[in-house]
Design a protein around this ligand. Structure first.
Ligand SMILES: [Zn+2]
Length: 137
């Protein structure tokens, strides 16, 4: 799990095996796989709720990711007015986080973005909006 420290350039989107998890699928962690769009290696993603990830807002507040990229690549959507306190761009209007992971084979960087929180009372959801291949930094 790595943090962005410079602007990100998105190249391509990877295919994710499963992107939405609820309640007990979140304990002890969310585990899913994606295929690297560069070398086709199968990589595992592991999200430990409330431990994995950095605030997604830091990406657009630092201009590491443009509003156009966020919306055009469907990384997140403009938050509803009831969720604005969580950020301007959110996944499913949930608290939204990101991290960068390397392909275990070719070491290309991937951006992983997800929303995690209660979508309604007693329903905990983790929705991964996608896994994107990044241009070498
Ligand atoms: Zn790869």
């Amino acid at each position: 799990m790595e943090k962005a420290d410079k602007p990100l350039k998105i190249i391509d989107k990877s295919h994710l095996c499963q992107d939405e998890f609820t309640n007990n699928q979140l304990t002890p962690s969310v585990v899913t796989n994606f295929n690297c769009c560069n070398c086709n290696q199968n990589n595992q993603i592991k999200i430990v709720p409330y431990k994995t990830g950095f605030p997604f807002s830091s990406l657009y507040l630092n201009n590491f990711l443009s509003k156009e990229d966020i919306l055009d690549f469907k990384i997140a959507t403009v938050s509803s007015k009831w969720s604005l306190h969580l950020g301007v761009y959110l996944v499913k209007n949930l608290p939204t986080l990101y991290f960068i992971e390397k392909c275990t084979h070719c070491s290309k960087n991937f951006l992983i973005v997800f929303g995690l929180g209660e979508s309604q009372l007693g329903k905990l959801v983790c929705k991964i909006s996608g896994v994107w291949l990044l241009k070498d930094m």
